[in-house]
Ligand binder design. Structure first.
Ligand code: SF4
Length: 342
C-alpha cells in the first residue's frame, strides 16, 4: 500500500522525540532532561515542573537510594487501619511492599473519583456546600480535572457518572436527613495494636441507636456482603470501643451504599445488615476474632520477616507483579544453573 501510493519509508528519528505523545513518554523525557547535567538550568527546572504537574514525585525515586539496614524491627508498635488489613488479608507480599515499604504506585483515577465524591458529601454534611442536588452537582463540575484521566473520553464517562448518578443518588437517599456524624475519625486499642480509621456516615436509627454507612464508589460485585465485611466490622468495633464514639449509642444497622448502582426500584443500591442484640453479639465476636488474627499475623510477619505471595490473592490491581514469583514477569530472569552430577 505504501509503495502503491509512492511514499518512501524514513529511518527512525535520532534520539528521543522532543514532543512526547503520551503521559508516560512525557515523564520519561522530562526525567531524562532533569538528570542531564549538560543541560542549562532553566530547561532542567522546566522538566521538573512538568514532572510535578504530572503528579510524579521525585522523593519516591527509590532507585536513587541505598538499601535500608535491617538492624532493628520495622516497628516498635503496631498501628493498623482497614485498608492495611484488607491488603494483608489479600496477600502478605503485597502488604509488605505497599503498606510497610510504601512502594505502591500513584493512586489511579478511580481513587481520585472516590475522593472527590466523598469530600463533596462531607462538605455538604458540614454545611460548606448547600444541601441541594444542584449544588452538589455544581461542586463536582467546578472541581472536575480531566488531567487525572487517561483520556478525555474516560474523563467524560466518569464526570457523567458522578454528576448524573452518584451525587443525585446520594441526595435522594440521604439528602433529607443530616448525618449524626460524617467522616468521623476514631482510634482504639485492640490486642496491643492501635486501630484507626474514619466512618463515612453515622445516622440516627430508632430513639437512641445509630446506623453506620460506608459509601462505595466501586461496583458491588467486588465487595463482600455486609455480614462478612471487615470494614463495617472495624467500624462496629470502633463504636463499641472508641471513647470518642461512645455517645452514638448501640448500632442498629450497618450498610454499604453503592453510589454508582441502582436497586430494582431505581433507587440507590444499599446492602444492609440489621442488628438486634444477638446479631450484634455474633457480628462483634466474629469481627473481633478476625481483627485479632490479623494483628497476630502482623506480629508474626515482623518477627520472621518472611512475606510470601498468596496463590488465592486477587492480583488484578496489584502493582507488584514484576516483583512477584507467582507471575511470569516476576520470575528470575536467569535461572540458577542446574546442578551437574559428578
Ligand atoms: S501479584 Fe498477587 S500474589 Fe503477587 S504480590 Fe501481588 S497480590 Fe500477591
Amino acid at each position: 500500500m505504501v509503495a502503491q501510493v509512492g511514499v518512501k519509508w524514513l529511518g527512525l528519528p535520532e534520539g528521543v522525540a522532543g514532543e512526547p505523545l503520551s503521559r508516560a513518554e512525557a515523564a520519561a523525557v522530562w526525567r531524562r532532561s532533569l538528570a542531564d547535567s549538560g543541560r542549562d538550568g532553566p530547561s532542567r527546572l522546566a522538566a521538573l515542573s512538568g514532572l510535578l504537574a504530572l503528579g510524579d514525585r521525585p522523593g519516591r525515586w527509590w532507585f536513587q537510594r541505598d538499601w535500608t539496614g535491617t538492624d532493628r524491627p520495622l516497628h516498635e508498635t503496631i498501628r493498623v487501619s482497614y485498608s492495611k488489613l484488607s491488603t494483608l488479608e489479600n496477600c502478605a507480599l503485597q502488604y509488605v511492599l505497599s503498606e510497610e515499604l510504601g512502594l505502591e504506585g500513584q493512586a489511579g483515577y478511580y481513587a481520585w473519583v472516590g475522593h472527590l465524591v466523598h469530600s463533596i458529601i462531607e462538605e455538604c454534611e458540614n454545611g460548606r456546600i448547600e444541601r441541594s442536588e444542584a449544588a452538589l452537582v455544581q461542586a463536582a463540575e467546578d472541581r472536575w480535572s480531566p488531567k487525572e484521566f487517561p483520556s478525555f473520553a474516560v474523563s467524560e464517562a466518569f464526570r457523567r457518572l458522578v454528576t448524573g448518578q452518584m451525587l443525585p443518588a446520594w441526595f435522594a437517599a440521604y439528602g433529607e436527613t443530616k448525618a449524626l456524624a460524617g467522616e468521623i475519625g476514631f482510634q482504639f486499642e485492640f490486642d496491643g495494636a492501635t486501630v484507626t480509621g474514619k466512618i463515612d456516615r453515622v445516622s440516627r436509627a430508632g430513639k437512641e441507636g445509630c446506623q453506620i454507612t460506608d459509601y462505595k464508589t466501586g461496583k458491588s460485585r467486588s465487595a463482600p456482603p455486609s455480614e462478612e465485611n471487615l470494614q463495617l466490622g472495624i467500624y462496629y468495633l470502633a463504636i463499641t470501643r472508641a471513647p470518642e464514639l461512645a455517645d452514638l449509642g448501640p448500632v442498629r444497622q450497618v450498610e454499604l451504599a453503592f453510589l454508582r448502582e441502582k436497586n430494582l426500584e431505581g433507587g440507590l443500591k444499599r446492602v444492609t445488615l440489621g442488628m438486634n442484640s444477638q446479631v450484634r453479639r455474633e457480628f462483634g465476636e466474629k469481627m473481633a476474632a478476625r481483627l485479632s488474627g490479623l494483628i497476630g499475623q502482623i506480629r508474626d510477619l515482623s518477627r520472621t520477616e518472611s512475606y510470601r505471595p498468596s496463590a488465592q490473592a486477587e492480583c488484578r490491581y496489584c502493582d507488584f507483579k514484576p516483583l512477584c514469583p507467582l507471575w511470569p514477569e516476576g520470575r528470575e530472569l536467569f535461572q540458577a544453573a542446574a546442578k551437574v552430577s559428578t
